[in-house]
Design a protein around this ligand. Structure first.
Ligand SMILES: Nc1ncnc2c1ncn2[C@@H]1O[C@H](COP(=O)(O)OP(=O)(O)OP(=O)(O)O)[C@@H](O)[C@H]1O
Ligand SMILES: [Mg+2]
Length: 312
């Protein structure tokens, strides 16, 4: 559906987007993950034809957007990072304004406002002025505005930054539901948990460059995969240690002389290693005092590839 080929944009000395090639297939929910200044907003602004690339190409359904910007405009919903709403108008009037811009009117516009408000969960606040909304409500309304014309392709620029958990969950659920119903979505974020939860295909960028891409599973496997179980026992014995060493999938067992009752077990492959540890401990009569299981996540992928943390 969408393809960027070596897309590049400079702002003076800053190479904001550096030969970026990504692909969004029809029906997919694609995450563009990167820290502040990675070039996410610049990239999607070019895709939305709001900003002209210095070089490279963007193809939408096979059409070159430099020559045919209209090819994407009609079917595109764009949720900008900065909220674009009229504070003194009600939620309904804001949606009316955006709907008319998209050429909707009359009963169709009315119906779409009802439908969209339902999706984003603001139906009961439509008559209130936007200035009385919380940050999360404003974000939801901003998303609603981008959905009125039933776009086939939705681009969202960090739609959950700085909002309350309830609004955030509502937005994530709406994104999932829209995608389930067939909408293709490109979702940018610097929250790896969100992208991990939502997206099937993930692109990770840093300083304008693509540094990794693939399914969540492929990216996590590239970071080493596996699972680490840290177990604290009341007491340990040679039998327990040798039993743990024989567990399926164990790669390494670590124990420090200062705290020999705490054992760190590194497993390869998929998860599910906690249960055999508990079973063995019970069988050998070594009660567990505490246990902690950790898995590699997109944060570890980013850390591994760039040597720095994803968060600021
Ligand atoms: N209009 C502009 N003029 C000059 N520099 C810009 C402009 N827009 C972006 N940049 C620079 O380009 C780089 C990429 O910015 P961009 O906004 O695309 O990143 P981002 O990944 O969206 O970051 P954020 O998470 O902060 O929104 C940054 O170094 C930024 O300062
Ligand atoms: Mg941005």
């Amino acid at each position: 559906m969408l393809q960027t080929i070596e897309l590049t944009k400079r702002f003076g000395a800053t190479l904001a987007v550096d030969a970026l090639s990504i692909e969004v297939r029809k029906g997919d929910l694609v995450g563009l993950l990167g820290p502040n200044g990675a070039g996410k907003s610049t990239t999607i602004s070019m895709i939305a034809t709001l900003l002209e690339p210095d070089s490279g190409k963007i193809l939408y359904n096979g059409q070159d957007l430099m020559a045919h910007p209209e090819a994407i405009r009609k079917g595109l919903g764009f949720v900008p990072q900065n909220i674009a709403l009229y504070q003194d108008l009600s939620g309904r009037d804001n949606l009316k304004f955006w709907g008319r811009l998209y050429g909707l009117k009359g009963d169709l516009l009315k119906r779409r406002i009802e439908e969209v408000s339902e999706i984003i969960g603001i139906s009961d606040r439509l008559k209130d002025k936007v200035k009385a909304y919380s940050g999360g409500m404003k974000r939801r309304l901003n998303i609603g505005a981008a959905l009125l014309h039933q776009p086939e392709f939705l681009i969202m620029d960090e739609p959950t930054v700085g909002i309350d958990p309830q609004s955030r969950n509502h937005i994530l659920d709406a994104v999932k539901a829209l995608n389930r119903e067939g909408m293709t979505i490109l979702y940018t974020s610097h929250y790896m948990e969100e992208v991990e939860e939502l997206c099937r295909t993930i692109y990770i960028m840093d300083l304008g460059k693509l540094i990794a891409s693939g399914t969540k599973e492929a990216l996590l496997a590239a970071a080493g995969g596996g699972e680490e179980v840290t177990a604290k026992f009341e007491t340990v014995s040679d039998a327990l240690i040798s039993g743990l060493k024989n567990l399926n999938g164990l790669i390494a067992l670590a124990q420090t002389p200062e705290a020999p009752q705490t054992v760190t077990l590194s497993f390869g492959g998929d998860g599910g290693h906690l249960k055999p540890v508990i079973e063995l401990a019970t069988e050998l009569g070594h009660p567990l005092l505490s246990v902690d299981v950790s898995k590699p996540n997109l944060e570890s992928v980013f850390l591994k590839l760039t040597g720095k943390a994803l968060r600021d």
